[in-house]
Design a protein around this ligand. Structure first.
Ligand SMILES: Nc1ncnc2c1ncn2[C@@H]1O[C@H](COP(=O)(O)OP(=O)(O)OP(=O)(O)O)[C@@H](O)[C@H]1O
Ligand SMILES: O=C(O)[C@H](O)[C@@H](O)[C@H](O)[C@H](O)CO
Length: 187
């Protein structure tokens, strides 16, 4: 049986990195619920992105606060959670980390852990064009560059990275082998 002692794994990265794909697979392997940050966007934000207009910090704030509250609820109830969320800027990640009631800003020591799905731009463009051709998502490929421009990580945050150009099962295995997560996947 998987460990459910309450922790949050945020699968982060730009549009097309594979957050939903990997998060859903992880959910099947551990007893952590998967939440997709896309489902927390207001209709206003979704309409804006569909129209090819990048969100501003102001647009993202209520969305990040609702995600922080979902994280808090999960931690208070000692439930494990996997969240798929772009979390592009440190400022955004600090809001998510503060879902841990004990979190001290800029300490980066939180029950909320981040894993970056690392994928080069040319692979992302190909994935997003293919997805758009199937009409599977509101997010147009034209917004990718704005996301790449915002993605910024400080070394001191200690965020783990995984090569997310691999096949989904290999990515999931890489995550399971990462030291901080080994305890989550005991069977
Ligand atoms: N490891 C992978 N190898 C090949 N294709 C992948 C991989 N991961 C995801 N994909 C494909 O790339 C597309 C984007 O994946 P997914 O929707 O999981 O990304 P996302 O990060 O959740 O994107 P968004 O932020 O736009 O919701 C999908 O069509 C998916 O099938
Ligand atoms: O911060 C943002 O610009 C948005 O959250 C996007 O990242 C989308 O939610 C997602 O990538 C599209 O599916």
């Amino acid at each position: 049986m998987a460990s459910t002692n309450g922790a949050v794994i945020v699968i982060m990265g730009v549009s097309g990195a594979g957050k939903t794909t990997i998060g859903r697979r992880l959910e099947k392997q551990i007893r952590y619920k998967y939440l997709d940050a896309d489902d927390f966007h207001s209709q206003f934000n979704k309409d804006k992105m569909s129209a090819g207009i990048p969100l501003t910090d102001e647009d993202r704030m209520p969305w990040l606060e609702s995600l922080r509250d979902a994280i808090k609820e999960s931690l208070i109830n000692k439930k494990g959670l996997i969240l798929g969320c772009s979390a592009l800027k440190k400022q955004y990640r600090e809001i998510l980390r503060s879902g841990d009631p004990d979190y001290k800003l800029e300490s980066y020591a939180s029950a909320v852990k981040f894993i970056l799905l690392d994928v080069p731009a040319e692979v992302l463009i190909a994935r997003l064009n293919k997805r758009a051709a199937k009409g599977e998502h509101y997010m147009p490929a034209s917004l990718l560059q704005s996301q790449l421009d915002l993605l910024n990580i400080d070394e001191s945050e200690g965020i783990l990275k995984v090569d997310a150009t691999l096949r989904p099962e290999s990515i999931v295995n890489s995550i399971k082998e990462m030291h901080p997560f080994q305890g989550y996947f005991q069977s």
